[in-house]
Design a binder for this molecule. Structure first.
Ligand SMILES: Cc1ncc(COP(=O)(O)O)c(C=O)c1O
Length: 449
């Protein structure tokens, strides 16, 4: 693919004393702690700064182009600057970006999403996936009159304290596997240790025991149908069915976090994976490239937001449902027809099969995972079942991170999560070929080093 001289040039330019990225990083360090407002942008020794994106290509400040397999951590499903979405957004910006009066724009996006997602009747918009999760948790508390939340060890749900607890558990603090500790950052209130119940994925016996222990206080169980931190592997179907039944029996709601995984199916990840949640948190792709979050669910549960019923959850937000995000989201979502998801399934399978072959060819014990347009690689001989297994395997296979990093030098944009990525509609077989060629070269390079 890339001539060797071109490949070297790309690494050299970025790492040179006078590189534009280096000088931007030095400026950033003066004004932002660590030089950023988002920890996922951290890169060693400093990030590659971007100037523009078009379709599936991102250009950096050194003028280097790469195929973007990160898509702003999965949020850009049509790639960058889709011309028709951009035109629609430009038009709406010309008419005013936010009002203290409602507009038609959020109704249109709400109608589209409700028509597609079989398990929701109503929706409300916010400005980030974290807020979507927060609102789902608050709605569950209001609907049940209980306060505790159960979530799965190691799963990332954004930065709402109750959902973020235990997302970075480590062997030194995670405790007994049959009673996982609720681990906290120093910035979180100590009371979360009792307010958040941490569950092990795929172990229904332990989950039922822990749920029973807290049954009178438990408002909801929060689950990600395709958790990225656990290697994009869906929970076992029997486990989910039993968990659904258990939550219902105890009067707790089941919240699905589809902020990231919604992009795997026209009708949503829970539809694809056979999960029936009471509430769903959405974000990322539904904003068409603009900040967005949402909570959706059955009419009964969503009525907690209804001011006519006493408004059990007060939900303000200066930019909720703003016309720019709503138009971008609508114009994006309506272009995602069922045949697009079929194409993603096919191309995603090509990526997963191709990566598996690369791993086999280089003798790396790891499994290519994911669904539809999402893919990842997790170490081990078979897909791990829970966070502890993923964590332990990852620590033993540092070369995977190195391969993802080396792909930067071969024209592929990867993120800080290692071999984890997503597809966008401008991609076709040619981009997948280039991706797999780069992965093969990167694996050879890293193993030789
Ligand atoms: C599963 C999941 N939930 C919630 C969030 C939080 O979304 P946001 O970054 O928009 O706050 C993310 C973000 O990556 C996510 O992957």
């Amino acid at each position: 693919m890339y001539a060797e001289s071109e490949r070297q040039l790309s690494t050299e330019r970025y790492l040179r004393e006078d590189s534009a990225s280096r000088s931007l990083y030095e400026r950033a360090l003066q004004v932002m702690p660590g030089g950023n407002s988002r920890h996922t942008l951290v890169m060693d020794p400093y990030p590659i700064y971007a100037t523009s994106g078009q379709g599936c290509i991102v250009t950096d400040v050194e003028g280097q182009e790469r195929i973007d397999f990160v898509n702003n951590y999965t949020s850009l499903i049509l790639g960058h600057s889709h011309p028709e979405v951009t035109d629609a957004v430009a038009e709406v910006i010309g008419k005013g970006t936010a009002f203290s009066l409602p507009t038609e724009t959020d109704i249109r996006l709400a109608e589209l999403l409700i028509e597609r997602i079989p398990y929701i009747d109503q929706i409300r918009f916010a400005n980030s996936g974290s807020e979507g999760v927060l609102l789902a948790v608050r709605a569950a508390r209001a609907a049940t009159g209980r306060s505790k939340i159960a979530k799965f060890e190691g799963c990332y749900h954004g930065i709402y304290d109750y959902a973020q607890a235990s997302d970075s558990s480590r062997p030194r603090n995670w405790g007994d596997s049959e009673r996982p500790a609720t681990t906290l950052e120093p910035s979180m209130a100590k009371s979360l240790e009792t307010e958040v119940v941490t569950l092990p994925l795929n172990d229904i016996e332990v989950c039922c025991e822990l749920i029973d222990e807290h049954r009178d206080d438990l408002a909801a169980v929060l689950i990600d149908p395709l958790p990225a931190a656990l290697g994009l592997i869906p929970p076992d179907p029997e486990f989910v069915t039993a968990l659904r039944a258990k939550a219902r029996k105890c009067g707790a709601l089941l919240i699905a976090d589809e902020v990231l995984s919604f992009r795997i199916d026209y009708r949503g990840a829970c539809h694809r994976l056979g999960i029936e949640p009471d509430l769903v948190a959405l974000g990322k792709i539904i904003g068409g490239g603009f900040p967005v979050g949402a909570v959706a669910g059955t009419a009964e549960v969503m009525s907690v937001f209804d001011h006519r019923d006493g408004e059990l959850v007060h939900h303000g937000g200066t930019y909720n449902g703003n016309p720019v995000t709503m138009v971008a989201g609508y114009e994006t979502m309506r272009r995602l027809t069922p045949d697009i998801f079929d194409k993603f399934d096919r191309l995603g399978d090509r990526v997963r099969d191709g990566l598996q072959q690369v791993l086999r060819r280089h003798g790396i014990e790891a499994v290519a995972t994911g669904r539809g347009s999402l893919f990842a690689v997790v170490p081990g001989t078979e897909p791990p079942k829970n966070f502890r297994a993923v964590f332990t395997a990852r620590s033993a296979a540092p070369q995977l991170q190195g391969i993802a990093r080396e792909m930067f030098n071969r024209g592929i944009l990867m993120g800080s999560r290692g071999l984890f990525g997503s597809l966008s509609t401008p991609m076709g077989d040619a981009e997948i070929d280039r991706f797999l060629e780069a992965a093969d070269g990167a694996a050879a390079h890293v193993l030789a080093a």
